[in-house]
Design a protein around this ligand. Sequence first.
Ligand code: SF4
Length: 826
Amino acid sequence: MDTDEKNGIKVSRRGFLALSGAGAAGVAVSGCGPHKLAEFLELTESARRAPGGEERWVTSICGQCEGGCSIRVRTVGGRAVNITGNPFYPLNRNGLCPTGLAGLQTLYSPDRIRGPLKRVGNRGEGKWEPISWEEAIQTVAQQLREIRERGEPHSVVFLSGDGNGLMDTLVSRFCQAYGTPNDVRNTGAALETQALARFCTQGTRAPLTYDLDNTNCILSFGAPLLEASVSPVRMMRTYGHLRQDRPGPKAKIIQIESRFSATAAKADEWVPIQPGTEGALALGIAYILIREGLYDKRFVDNHAFGFEDWKDADGTAHQGFRNLVLREHNLDEVSRLTTVPVSTILRIAKEFATHKPAIALGEMTSTNAAYSLMAVHALNALVGSIDVSGGVVFPPEAPLKELPTVQRDDVAKRGLTQPRLDGAASRAFPLAHHVATAMAGPLAAEKPYKANALFLYQANPLFSSPQPASFARAFEKIPFIVSFSPFLDESSTQADLILPDHTYLEKWQDMPAPPVVPYPLFGLRQPAVTPLYNTMHTGDALIQIAKQVGGPVADAFPWADFLTVLQYRVTGLFEAKRGGIVEPFTDKSWTALLEDRGWWSSSYHSFDEFWAQLQDKGGWWDPAYSFGEWARIFPTPSGKFEFYSLTLKQSLTALAETGKHDIEGALKDLKLTARGDALCLPHFESPRFAGADAQYPFHLNIMRLLPLAGEHNANQPFLQEILGPQLGMRWDSWLEINPETARRLGVDDGDDVWVESPVGKLKLQARLNPGAMPDVVNMPANLGHTASGRWAEGIGVNPLQLTAPEYDYLAGLSAPGATRVKVYKA
Ligand code: SF4
């Protein structure tokens, strides 16, 4: 039984599962599912029907989410007919989730764009004319040449989705050679937050990697590990391994979040918490570890800086982490803020300290995310879980060959000195590299300058930004918009030109593994089938555009096509003489033996042999790991783990020196309340919320669900069918409300309700769920499309229409969890 009396919630796992059945039976859901599945099958019959012929199995990488699972695609007569997992690939070892299995619905979707299109009516009117690829590329190159000749290369904006691998590199390379600083990524929250925690405490931006398979305790502060985390299938395998397969004691898993999610249901314990107070709880746990002497003194003494009070070179005294925590985070105060009982905090802290190696990780959507994540990661340092088996580890990157340095001309150099339109790394968002959602305002206001062209690659800001309408106003000011989307999504409908990309089953791509395995792992995506339509790999399109722009831009892209660059990069793996092609099984002791020597599989003797094996097995890895390379792990000013972040101190000092105002003005702009040494230490910043408590009594929690984790998944009927199995929901949005709260509001299960925030209101179906906290309502993300395909359009509502554009300004992290709402019967 998992209960939380203080929060007024009583729910058992069995009760939760029983509720699933009751919910499915008790509420009428859309009956359109079977009809729409049949419709899909009928419409795609001719495309899907295998004409007979040779059977082949092609190894590739799933593209239904960012998880990076390796797949094997069965083709018959050149048609893809089935997708299974790849047993060789260590990330997922044969495993696939239902979302991955549905991948053929991306390939065969009747809503795909079948060739380049030019707008012929007004924007958004939906009038398009098919054009040739030659004309499409020439048109883009001509525009880019003209903008550059006017000396305005900075006015070109490239907005991309989750940057990964070679495409990420090529887009950056293009922007550098062309001369625009506006290379803006819409990076996922999970990676961004892990990178931030590492930057503040360890001085480098690579995401933290967790050796979860060997840990004895996972303390998760809101990370949706089994739903839409960095790699859901990997997490499912890890859960199974830790809870069942592993010999000896099972690991302890504690999920701290405001909703009884699938991750919470599978954990040993669910700890409900007030949204935005996760950092306070982490500091409360730190308080116990320090007060009771449960922290790892050896690690703290030898490898940490700023735990104790200290003096700088001028003799000025500074507060350390120990004293800050002991003075400001006593358990009564932490319990009051978080609503987690004192006894629970005490018990969790002791379990975390005694189940070593233990890992604390988190994912947050609040305005205080940066300091909260620092606090969570500080727990790993306190229990000595840095750079140990079963703790946080720091595998080096796969040794891919570097591309030649870009040579910039004077036009590019001048362009690159201009400020970015998203405000990243400026006074507005000093620690940020990218703040995609913040571009709407500057684009619409044409300040600090007008954007003359916008390129959209795996990005759909007219759907995925807080207040998407604000981006619509920005689009009106941009004279030339190019989309590379394979589907006519919300943003593409407003483009002037569409250069449709292949789908993931039709193209070459590299896939560096997400940071969920404790070693470098490189996956190869290769085409399972010949492209169905007249589409083009965006990497090929970019290379062709660069060549036609000419000059130094063309010089930066000497390759014939994307595959040529990819093979060039991969020669680095072949030449590294370490690691090898992925294997079906690696004995741990064998790996350990090889760790001392560096592992190199000599199963290939030429690059062609290496490439053939890579295609066959799907990837390269180097499972050997060298512990204790502290200089690499802590490239901080102190050379240690920094409880007191000198890295952050340097950033804040630079901010004060470069700003027009004093540091006080800068801190006020960043809406930070701490002052003095606390600014460089993990501490609790009170979260801000749009909407006053009295008028908007509920927190809005936007749930990321695995079926809709990918960019175009909402248009796949099979995935709409399996949306919310716990509540029997499909083909619609819903609002989860605690039953007691619903009773107070006079709302029954299945009633239509209005959800209203300070910036918008939406009507949707209420579903009663005892796994919702009394003052938190939950709504699924990635529904409510107005474009993107016949099965996505008009299905449910988009919760981002309710969210205010709030941020953790210091880090430039969007804070969709910072909106309060009221709920009333429709
Ligand atoms: S977790 Fe993501 S990458 Fe893996 S099979 Fe599922 S959808 Fe594909």
